[in-house]
Every structure is written in C-alpha cells, then in structure tokens.
Design a protein around this ligand. Structure first.
Ligand SMILES: [Zn+2]
Length: 171
C-alpha cells in the first residue's frame, strides 16, 4: 500500500513506525530520512550534505502551527536562505539563530505571527531523491538540488525570510 507523505508529498510505502514529534510525516518518509542520515554520518567528508539535508527535511515537514514547529520552520528556512541565497558555506555550527535567540524574539505567546503557511511540495524533490550511496560529489549535488527545490517551493515567503534575516540573524 502506498500513501502520500503529509509533509513533502512523496509517495511512500505504508509502514507502521514512529514519526518525529513536530516535523510531521508519513512513517515511511521518516524512516527513509533516518537511513539517509545514517549513511551520511558515516562519511565525514559529507558534512555539507548533512547540513543541507537536515534543513531541507525540516522545511518540507513543517507540521502544524505549534510553538516548536513555528521555531523549527523559521530557523531552518533562515539557514537555507543563508546557504543558498547569501552563499554562506554549509557547515556546522548550523544554527544561524539559536533557540534562545529565537525564544527572545518570539516568545510562545506571540509566536503564531511567525507561522508561515507551508507551500505545496507536489513539484519538489524529496528525501527519496537522495541517493544512499555514490561518490561525495554525486551526493552533494543531490543534496543541493533537493535544498534548492524545497527553498523554491517557499517562494511566497522569501521576502519575509529575508526581512527576518536582516532583523534577527547573527552575522
Ligand atoms: Zn515526507
């Protein structure tokens, strides 16, 4: 049986399994992401791909407007903006805006105004387009293509994210 992931819209095998607490997905999609990270973490030369994949998976699985999901989407979109638009090298430390900084900008009582309505990912690449083996170059190229594709899907909010970057991101 096949289902569509509620986050990234990928067609996935229906399985019984866990999902992340607020990055809501189909269990089969979450499992695939775990497999991907498992592969990437064993290859220290793929740090850039790890960073891009973590941000990209998060912005394709925005969940519902609860305080943690709102923070996650905002922080990961700011990271993608920094890497893909401003050209910051994708490496750790990943967080452009720390959780503590976000908390002071957007305390839970006012956080709803930071929710960005998620776009459709029907035309986007997904975690299933990421190879689980291959050369570093091939994996990095795929990671970047996935990140670009997910970032493009959020285009209705690009200006808002750029504004947040100016207002909040540490340099
Ligand atoms: Zn998914």
């Amino acid at each position: 049986m096949i289902e569509r992931c509620v986050g990234c819209n990928a067609e996935v095998q229906v399985i019984d399994g866990p999902i992340h607490r607020y990055m809501t997905s189909a269990p089969g999609c979450w499992q695939r992401y775990g497999e991907l990270l498992g592969v990437l973490y064993t290859r220290p030369t793929l740090q850039m791909a790890v960073v891009l994949c973590v941000d990209t998976y998060a912005v394709q699985h925005p969940g519902t407007p609860n305080p943690q999901a709102i923070q996650s989407v905002a922080v990961h979109l700011l990271n993608l903006y920094d890497y893909l638009v401003r050209g910051r090298p994708a490496r750790r430390p990943q967080e452009l805006l720390s959780d503590r900084a976000f908390h002071s900008i957007a305390p839970p009582s006012s956080r709803a105004s930071f929710w960005l309505e998620p776009p459709s990912f029907a035309a986007s690449r997904t975690v299933f387009d990421m190879p689980l083996s291959g050369t570093d170059d091939a994996i990095e190229t795929s990671a970047r293509a996935w990140a670009e594709s997910a970032w493009a899907a959020w285009s209705a909010h690009h200006n808002r994210i750029a504004d947040w970057y100016v207002m909040y991101a540490r340099s």
